[in-house]
Design a protein around this ligand. Structure first.
Ligand SMILES: Cc1cc2nc3c(=O)[nH]c(=O)nc-3n(C[C@H](O)[C@H](O)[C@H](O)COP(=O)(O)OP(=O)(O)OC[C@H]3O[C@@H](n4cnc5c(N)ncnc54)[C@H](O)[C@@H]3O)c2cc1C
Length: 552
């Protein structure tokens, strides 16, 4: 039965297409931008080989500088690509806030242990990110199919028939079990799934340009100049002319035809003489517009990244939210394709990720309002308060976790985020990101995230090793043998293979007094947790989410 169908303009129709023989492909990813590549990489790490098509050739002409958040670097570290990314990027550790003639240097990206192994923004070129992920895939036998455009898709109950076209206009038909649209704003998959979008316009006006600045400020900081008239954001680029300048004013401020001159004037006015723009390139007026698809899924067609949501202002959210989508969807889709999970788990993709995109304009608006508030300037002017500024302003505080780190993303209320009994008091709640800190394993320091990095489910048994006899975990052996679950022990006393927290600080951070357990999902979020050593609840949760695995 046909349940969804589109045909893009200029299609040559099915009759001229070369049919593809053989079984349906498990997953086709449409678009090899950052989201599609990240999704392909995670699926591959989860032992599902996707096909990935890309309408343009292999050469990248897009010179974007991307700012990757700490959380994005944490996610990508799960498959070992963060190291190569760091090798050729610029680390931004500080944000310098200028207001009322004063400046204060903040560390909004975290300060390292115990928070995150990546307490900085990584500026890297889009080309480097895409090359790193493409190399990861190629090393595992997955090649991006360049010069191949998806131009039509038709969904039935059993599979999706995808129509692919080469530049010489030859077409072929491919049957796939799941199609994931990662085609940015092109929306072929979104059309196929009859997905509609909702748009929101914010009360801000933006003007951006790539600039050269004289006597430039430090190249490893982001500079924010604020005043009641608006805000000026200056951040380094990974290419010439060296800096990107963004002027933000309230809607209704006068717009001049000469963008370059307006940018220079904005820098003079808000930068109070500190920022001297000597050259301006590529001036744009990003529209204060957010577009979020009303649905991320229609049967066998799913959307991720810019195909599902775009945030035209403060674009620095785009790649991070896209990689977050990929990391939420990839392991779920892999488990479904492998027969371990079903509808219930796949449904959580939209319920968990759509609110994240929905919240972006709210966070941006709150941060901009706080940054342009007269209160900020007066607080800064009283130098004694300056070091405590960020904690004093909840909007900035919330903004820094949401906008700059990505670590505040949580899936409270999701069916795959359950608080078990007896309750743990304190620690990351179900749905939240697992905390990270250094522990010792067999005499060697290791971070908790590193120990739980493999894209599998991880059961962390906390408390004295004697409390966790083999009989307690025996029913979970089929899951362990299938490679879907890894079991770890965290205790204050050292013993072979145990993660040792001699000072008890990590156990305290997890809210564990005597004993407790955490089930951590392949994307690093807590799926289930409870105090004590009774694993009945976590087994029931696993059986609910992974019904395809028999405890035997
Ligand atoms: C100037 C600029 C600066 C930015 N800076 C940042 C930043 O610092 N940090 C940040 O997080 N974000 C930034 N963004 C936003 C970011 O680039 C996007 O959010 C991100 O690229 C989205 O990734 P994606 O893979 O979802 O989509 P895209 O990057 O749009 O990739 C989609 C891919 O699909 C391909 N495609 C399209 N249609 C088809 C089809 N029918 N068949 C096959 N292939 C198809 C396209 O060629 C493309 O390669 C910036 C954007 C701009 C414009």
């Amino acid at each position: 039965m046909v349940v969804g169908r589109i045909r893009a303009r200029g299609t040559v129709g099915y009759m001229s297409a070369t049919p593809q023989s053989g079984e349906p492909v498990d997953v086709l990813i449409d678009g090899a931008g950052p989201t599609g590549l990240a999704l392909a990489a995670l699926l591959t790490a989860c032992e599902v080989r996707p096909r990935i098509v890309q309408c343009r050739g292999a050469a990248l002409t897009n010179p974007q500088t991307l700012a990757l958040h700490p959380r994005t670097l944490e996610l990508l570290s799960g498959i070992g690509v963060t190291g190569p990314l760091l090798d050729r990027g610029t680390l931004i550790r500080r944000l310098c806030l200028h207001a009322g003639g004063r400046a204060v240097s903040l560390t909004p990206f975290g300060t390292g242990s115990p928070g995150t192994a990546y307490p900085f923004l990584l500026l890297c070129s889009r080309e480097h990110l895409e090359r790193t992920l493409t190399d990861y895939l190629a090393a595992r036998g997955v090649e991006v199919e360049h010069d191949t455009e998806l131009f039509d898709a038709e969904e039935s109950r059993e599979y999706v028939t995808c129509m692919l076209r080469r530049p010489d206009r030859r077409t072929r038909r491919l049957r796939v079990r799941y199609l994931v649209g990662c085609d940015g704003r092109h929306d072929i998959a979104g059309d196929a799934a009859h997905v509609e979008s909702r748009e929101e316009r914010g009360p801000w006006r933006f003007l951006a340009g790539d600039v050269r600045v004289a006597d430039g400020p430090r190249g490893d900081e982001i500079h924010v100049f604020t005043g009641e008239a608006g805000l000026l954001l200056l951040h380094p680029l990974t290419r010439e002319p060296g800096w990107r300048l963004l002027v933000v004013g309230r809607d209704g401020t006068e717009e001049r035809p000469d963008g370059a001159a307006e940018l220079g004037r904005g820098a003079d006015r808000l930068g109070a003489g500190t920022v001297q723009v000597t050259e301006v390139e590529r001036v744009t007026r990003p529209r204060p517009r957010h577009r979020v698809a009303l649905r991320y899924r229609h049967g066998r067609i799913l959307l991720a990244g810019d195909a599902a949501h775009t945030h035209d202002v403060l674009e620095a959210q785009g790649v991070n939210v896209g990689v977050g989508d990929a990391w939420n969807l990839g392991w779920k889709l892999a488990l479904v394709v492998r027969g371990a999970a079903g509808e219930k788990l796949l449904e959580t993709y939209e319920t968990e990720r759509r609110p994240v995109a929905d919240a972006v304009p709210r966070h941006i608006d709150r941060a901009l309002r706080a940054a342009t508030s007269p209160r900020l300037a007066s607080l800064l002017a009283r130098s004694g308060l300056a070091p405590h500024l960020a904690p004093l302003l909840p909007a900035l505080q919330q903004g820094r976790r949401s906008l700059f780190r990505g670590t505040a993303v949580a899936y409270h209320g999701s069916p795959d985020a359950v608080e078990g009994e007896p309750r743990l008091r304190g620690g990351p709640r179900a749905g939240e990101r697992m905390v990270d800190a250094e522990v010792i394993r067999d005499g060697t320091p290791v971070r908790l995230h590193e120990a739980l990095a493999a894209p599998r489910h991880h059961l962390l048994l906390c408390g004295r090793v004697e409390e966790w006899g083999a009989a307690r975990t025996a029913p979970l052996l089929p899951l362990v043998r299938s490679g879907l679950l890894m079991v770890h022990r965290l205790a204050a006393e050292p013993s072979p293979g145990t993660l040792c927290d001699a000072r008890g600080t990590v156990l305290a951070e997890l809210g564990v007094a005597r004993a407790g357990h955490y089930l951590v999902r392949p994307d690093g979020h807590v799926a289930y947790r409870a105090a004590g050593t009774d694993l009945t609840g976590v087994r029931a949760h696993l059986a609910d989410m992974l019904p395809g695995i028999d405890e035997g």
